[in-house]
Design a protein around this ligand. Structure first.
Ligand code: MG
Length: 397
């Protein structure tokens, strides 16, 4: 086959399985969370973010259209197609959907392997360019025995020649398409992976280095291991704090943590003077060591005058996401004599949780007076103190 970086690479993500072996839930495993994120979404993020992959075609079950929309939200992907009764039929549906796009290389990947790395995807593409058909393989460390129907050992296999194979499997598009069409025409629907199908078609299949961490998540034990792996990936826990103060001025309400509270005075200053969201924004930026609210949104810039402060917090939340991080917790303390914060506490928590895209259980809002001491005690303004806990991947600087 031709070689060169101009080749168009497509990926088919096989996500049509009904597999619920992984637990009692009736949600198929690829739509269940791993480390707080839908498994399929993790897999899609890898391929949608791979610069060499031009087209991502997901194959889903017709019952999963709504689940898919949630999992794929925000990614630039081809519209999903519905799969067939077998994995093989599902891959074929994905291949037929790609015909119109004429890719040169196609990667076939199982949604249930969300821990494949970008490096593995890169190796798959190079191997397909060089060989036309290649699969990731890892050495087998357990001794493998053939066992008969009665559970007795029949044979000990020579371990040195054995490999466990994974996905993404990578092929010249036209040869995999032809092999799938021929197999279907001959009534063969029993191939469990694409390599077996092209072997049947008489094509030699090469191997390249797989990854021990590229596990296929099937059983409840796999889910537990996956949780541990995702937490280890995001094991770099960072905390930041933020402080903000705004003075009272004329007005009839204040806005704190996005909640409008009727009051005999208003807060003055930058934007809508939401001390709560400003402190939280700085806490998140602090956890990222990424400047402060003033460096990203200069008070001298007239476009922020009167602006709703949820955009500042949303900006910081996006900066966390862009680093591949997660917000574990946000904690906000408001210091003032008036207005009373307690009646608005849960509304504030819900507001912050919505902007941050996290569960309300990860958001604390507390209030205190300063016993009539200092500027808050004299009723000259409101102060807010926030802390943010963020998990980043090891390897971040
Ligand atoms: Mg401020």
């Amino acid at each position: 086959m031709a070689t060169g970086p101009q080749e168009k690479v497509a990926a088919i993500i096989v996500a049509a399985g009904r597999g619920t072996r992984a637990g009692a839930s009736d949600v198929p495993k690829q739509f269940r969370p791993v480390g707080g994120e839908i498994m399929l979404r993790r897999t899609l993020a890898l391929f949608a973010g791979a610069p060499e992959v031009a087209l991502v075609q997901t194959v889903i079950h017709a019952d999963d259209d709504a689940r898919y929309r949630t999992a794929a939200n925000g990614f630039d992907l081809l519209p999903p197609v519905h799969g067939g009764a077998t994995r093989q039929a599902s891959v074929r549906a994905g291949l037929e959907a790609l015909v119109a796009h004429a890719p040169d290389i196609v990667l076939i990947h199982d949604a249930a392997r969300p821990f494949a790395s970008a490096a593995l995807v890169g190796r798959a593409i190079i191997a397909a360019r060089q060989t036309g058909a290649a699969i990731p393989a890892i050495a087998v460390t357990d001794t493998i025995k053939r066992v008969d129907d009665s559970g007795h050992v029949g044979e000990t296999l020579e371990r040195g020649a054995l490999r466990a194979v994974q996905t993404p499997q990578a092929f010249a598009f036209q040869s995999l398409l032809a092999a799938h069409r021929n197999a279907a025409a001959q009534g063969r629907e029993d191939f469990t992976d694409d390599a077996a199908l092209v072997e049947w078609a008489g094509i030699r299949v090469a191997t390249f280095a797989g990854e021990p961490g590229n596990i296929k998540i099937t059983s409840p034990e796999d889910f537990m291991r996956a949780e541990a792996m995702s937490m280890a990936q995001l094991g770099d826990v960072r905390t930041g704090n933020g402080i903000d103060v705004h003075a009272f001025g004329p007005g009839d309400h204040v806005i704190i943590a996005g909640i409008r509270i009727p009051h005999s005075q208003a807060l003055t200053g930058h934007s809508d003077a939401d001390v709560g969201l400003h402190a939280l924004t700085d806490a998140l930026l602090g956890a990222l060591a990424d400047g402060d609210i003033g460096s990203h949104f200069p008070p001298s810039d007239p476009q922020w005058r009167g602006a709703s402060s949820d955009r500042f917090l949303a900006f910081a939340v996006e900066r966390v996401a862009a680093r591949g991080g997660r917000i574990s917790h946000l904690d906000l303390t408001i210091v003032c004599e008036t207005p009373k914060i307690g009646p608005h506490r849960d509304a504030m928590r819900a507001s912050i949780a919505r902007i941050a895209g996290i569960d309300i259980g990860r958001v604390a809002v507390k209030a205190t007076t300063s016993e009539r001491l200092g500027f808050t005690g004299r009723g000259e303004g409101i102060a807010a103190y926030a802390s943010a806990t963020v998990r980043l991947s090891w390897g971040e600087t």
